[in-house]
Ligand binder design. Sequence first.
Ligand SMILES: Cc1ncc(COP(=O)(O)O)c(C=O)c1O
Length: 453
Amino acid sequence: MLHTRDISGDRPLSRARSHHFFNRGRKIFPSGVTRVTVERQPVPVYIARGEGAYVLDVDGNRFLDLNNNFTTLIHGHGFLPVADAVADLLHRGTCFSNPTEHEIDLAELLAERIPAIEHVRFVNSGTEAVMFAIKAARAFTGRTGIVRVEGAYHGAYDWAEAGQASSPTRWGDGSRPNAIPAYRGTPPSVADDVAVIRFNDVEGIERRMADVGARTACVLIDPMPSRAGLIEPKADFLQALQAAAHKHGVLLVADEVLNLRQSYRGASARYGLEPDLIACGKIIGGGFPVGAVGGRANVMSVFANDKGKPLLPQGGTFSANPVSMVAGRVAMEAMTEEAFHGLERLGDNVRSGLQNAIDRTGAPFSVSGAASLFRIHPKKQAPSDYRSGYPTQAENDINTALSDYFLHRGILLPNGAAACLSTAMTAYDADAVVTTFSDFLSTPAAQEFEASR
Ligand SMILES: Cc1ncc(COP(=O)(O)O)c(C=O)c1O
């Protein structure tokens, strides 16, 4: 058991040791940390250890973890079957310049479950999986363009990023959103190869594909993009994507790095999408770095050297390392169909509990998400895409107040991003999330926000 201090009240948190580590970090890292995503004002929460659904920080505070390393840890922290399997492996070697049976075990499991996967290659991150999926689509079609959804996050490959950080002053006409290179220094030519559509915009996909279909290699689609609102896809939108891709000889690439956690067979299968390629990551590594690009065997043949030399060579020093492969297999084996259903029931309870709190008070909030994922929007009307979900300054401020309130009540709620559940959580934890949100709605900050709407 963790030795913890009860922090379930609203009292100030002790943060002295987190401050100490942040001061050290600031001397060596830009911004004091090594990932933009862990920045937090005034100081990040430095973790000492995790156990199941909870983490313990360096000051002895205990938190329910709704982040789970950005949706990776589907079993929470320190899942024993993974810990045991990895401990056993560590003494026998962690990486080799040779293949091992472990990569075959995980690949077979994925191919057996996920309809889109006939063949698969492992890489080390979701970014790499998306990058290789795009490169594979280009090698297969001989075209360079991609079509992607405004605001969706697909990792850090330049072409996957363009259009991710769109903002009202630059995003342009909704019928043809601008493909804005995400960051300063990205070659402007990247935008020439990217066309942006709005999520769930059926006519938009048809319009854009009529413009650029002939030079497009793939449509890149996350079935429920978290940063674009964590909104479920409409069936006719996915059908339009599928039809337009087919019509223009364009491949459909599903980015399920995050949303594979939606069901035993993944998110595309859940929503009836039939991608040619699929990018995976996060949960399939059991808590270790991983990515995978899989798909139809004839498309995946771009990686094969059948004709002497692959059209697209793919390597990676740590790709398919036994630690990630074994941890991933063990974690995924424990995710039986029943385990996915149990997690979804917990997710349904959290979402409906949050919604009830909103309905009871008439507070200007809404809830989106599916399966084990949820997001709270400070908007009365649930957003339908990135633009309608784009927060104003006041909404950003109330989001920060919300996650600060949760922090002081012993819950790590990702700021404005996808929150997720794990199999380590119980109905008690789900209740704590709902009660905390409900209590937040009667704080002066929430009341003031409501009055300003
Ligand atoms: C949908 C999606 N694609 C790609 C990525 C990039 O994955 P990684 O952080 O493992 O590079 C992420 C990460 O959050 C993601 O959510």
